[in-house]
Design a protein around this ligand. Sequence first.
Ligand code: CS2
Length: 482
Amino acid sequence: MSATETATRPLNATTYDAGARPRVRIVHLGLGAFHRAHQAWYTERAGDGWGIAAFTGRSPEAARQLTGQDGLYTLVERAAEGDRHEVIGAEVEAHDGADLQTLATLLAHPDIAIVTLTVTEAGYRLAPGTEGEQARLDTGDELVATDISALRAHYEGSNFTLGTGGLDGRIVRTTAGRLLVGLAARRAAGGWPIAIVSCDNLPGNGAAARTSVLDLAELVDPLLASWIDANVSFVDSSIDRITPRTTDADRASVLEATGYDDVSPVVTEPFSSWVLAGDFPAGRPAWEAAGAVFVDDLEPYERRKLWLLNGSHSLMAYAGSLRGHTTVSEALADEKVSAWIEAFWDAAANHLQDPQLDIPTYRAALRERFANPRIAHHLTQIGMDGSLKLAARAVPVYRAEHGAGRDGIAALRPLAAWMDRIVAQLAAGQEIHDPAAGPLAEAAKATGTDQTAALLAIVDASLAADPDTVSALHALRGTFTD
Ligand code: CS2
């Protein structure tokens, strides 16, 4: 696309020739900026005619905006040197996540081969697990409990052959609940196999998706659970592309550069990566043509990304905020934060020994990505849902270090900074954005080491029972603002 030579115009199928629209073969849950910068971009780049029908999470606004543009949007690749603009046409339909009828109709069609998910760590509604064991669906969660009764009441005695009529998507709100409605429709229509691909930052995200869906199915209808077990492939994937929230300034820059008044552009970094492991029983796009990598064992790649990128992101989010920074590039430029990141990376690298992982190159690339001064990646965005994120990003590094007989201090630092930040936010009367906000506020009422232990118990109960870990962690509290 070149700079405008005509007057400003809206972006849609009449103003922009996106060519023939691809056939919808993928359903996506969690229509947000990251999905549009990542899976939609890979699907577009694969160039083999696969299209996506995406559903929003909580608010239908993103679907409304995208539908107003016939699914078209501008993807801005923002490098340190400048912007590259591209209009993406792979997003063929956008729907309100509460529209269960459309979800069920799509999944009941044999064309649909894949469901991709970006529903955040919290979206799987898993109760904190014990080390080494798969966390189970949190049946004590209010939304899960509501879904169980709504789904039971609806399908009771129908052997899951009932349509969705009368089932209210504003009541069935969990990802697992909505997926179950779609999968029940697919089973009733013909029972074709399908792949569900998790694209969230959780270790073993395919297994997490599987447990979330199967645990719910077992509670609602064990027969549906057996069908899912036999016909649904849960694919693990490690996803990577730094994509901050779109701002008004981004919209203005797209308008200026392209002449299109795009209400919903996405700004992302040039780098992207997608590593996947698992089966696609109904086929898939040639995502490898866009650089995706298919492997047998995802774990080493997943660890490299979750520990090195996300772990240091969380460290910056809390320690950087305590030191008065607002973005990743600002936090990285702080010598102290930078040294803590290096120490954390050294600790993680001790357990990422496979030479194929090429950790020195990966670390150098991360520094460059984080330093991109044109990407304003806000620490508050990364800091959300810390109780879940730290369990995936910092705790495993600490456990590995501790297990190898070292103190693991560098890996405790993100946890200590998070605790200081939570306590400071609560003292300032600020809202804590975390599924465990209530328990966190309660735990913060304790003082001294008891407070540290109580907060740690929310992330990892068994670690909190180890007095040495608690006292090492406690010694780090209050060391971030010097
Ligand atoms: C970030 C991630 O918000 C966060 O928790 O650490 O969204 C991160 O930007 C992506 O995983 C990068 O691929």
